[in-house]
Design a protein around this ligand. Structure first.
Ligand code: MN
Ligand code: MN
Length: 289
């Protein structure tokens, strides 16, 4: 069940919408700095700052069919929250909508990827932008923890998986990634090789018609995005993240912006996250880079 609404330029009703924006104010497994439950509301406030026209794609948001369905009602239990989320996102994709989630912590990505994969079939890939591997089997005794989201996606949904911006993990996670030939790119490697090369390499590697794109905001350098649950220095540049989104949005079935915990800055992380969501919508709607 959803309640409350109101992102700027989300003017469509559900039936006529192509894009459905939904918030999930849940941070129940956050281990270091909780507070991403306040992310969706901060994100909506930040979004009202922007002009509706996107010059890069020459599109105006008032001409697009965008619906803000509000925030998902959550439970204290992560399992109950993920179950409801899976059911809701499943109905969005079956209604041929593009689901766009505002987090909330990163554990919430797993049911969305699963719902999109079940709709898309096997011709499917996943791209996660994250400072962290999130490859633990469980954390603090909780299986579906924010620190294990990529692990469960790889184990249970799809191993056609790429991680961008990763620079932090336990020794076991680095070993797991190397032993299993996981495709991951650190920020310094991306800088050295050049972003264009990396983007064409990952599109070739994934070789799929549809993908799910997930942005854990801590992938971006904390100088630009300080208000996250687990900030990590030496991150990606926001203009590079925009470029990645521009290139991958046209083949994405779903997208999310996760881990904004707005109490830890003056609004800049929510402003950047909201802008990147709008860049995704503009790129997806135009179908070109
Ligand atoms: Mn994460
Ligand atoms: Mn992270």
């Amino acid at each position: 069940m959803f309640y409350q609404s109101g992102i700027m330029d989300a003017l469509s009703d559900y039936e006529s919408a192509r894009y459905v924006i939904y918030g999930v104010p849940f941070d129940g497994t956050s281990s270091y700095r909780p507070g991403s439950r306040w992310g969706p509301d901060a994100f909506r406030r930040a979004s009202s700052n922007f002009e509706s026209y996107n010059p890069h794609f020459d599109v105006d948001f008032v001409d697009l069919d965008i619906h803000d369905i509000g925030n998902l009602e959550t439970y204290a239990s992560v399992d109950d929250t993920l179950r409801d989320l899976y059911n809701e996102v499943g109905s969005f994709v079956r209604d041929h909508k593009i689901p766009l989630m505002i987090g909330g912590e990163h554990s919430l990505t797993y049911p969305c990827v699963r719902a999109c994969k079940e709709f898309a079939g096997d011709d499917f890939g996943v791209v996660v932008l994250d400072a962290h591997f999130d490859l633990r089997e469980e954390f603090d005794g909780v299986k579906y923890n924010h620190a294990s989201v990529s692990r469960h996606i790889i184990d249970d949904v799809s191993n056609n998986h790429v991680l961008l911006g990763v620079r932090s993990g336990t020794q076991e996670e680095w070993e797991f990634a190397r032993k299993n030939g996981l495709k991951f790119y650190t920020p310094e490697y991306i800088k050295k090789q050049g972003l264009k090369t990396i983007i064409s390499e990952i599109i070739k590697y994934l070789d799929c018609e549809h993908l799910y794109l997930s942005l854990d905001m801590d992938a971006i350098d904390p100088a630009y995005a300080p208000a996250t649950g687990t900030p990590e220095p030496f991150g990606l540049d926001p203009i590079d993240v925009r470029e990645i989104i521009h290139n991958l949005a046209p083949i994405s079935l779903g997208f999310d912006v996760m881990e904004i915990a707005p109490d830890y800055d003056y609004g800049q992380t929510a402003i950047l996250g909201a802008k990147l969501m709008r860049e995704f919508i503009a790129a997806h709607s135009s179908g070109r880079k």
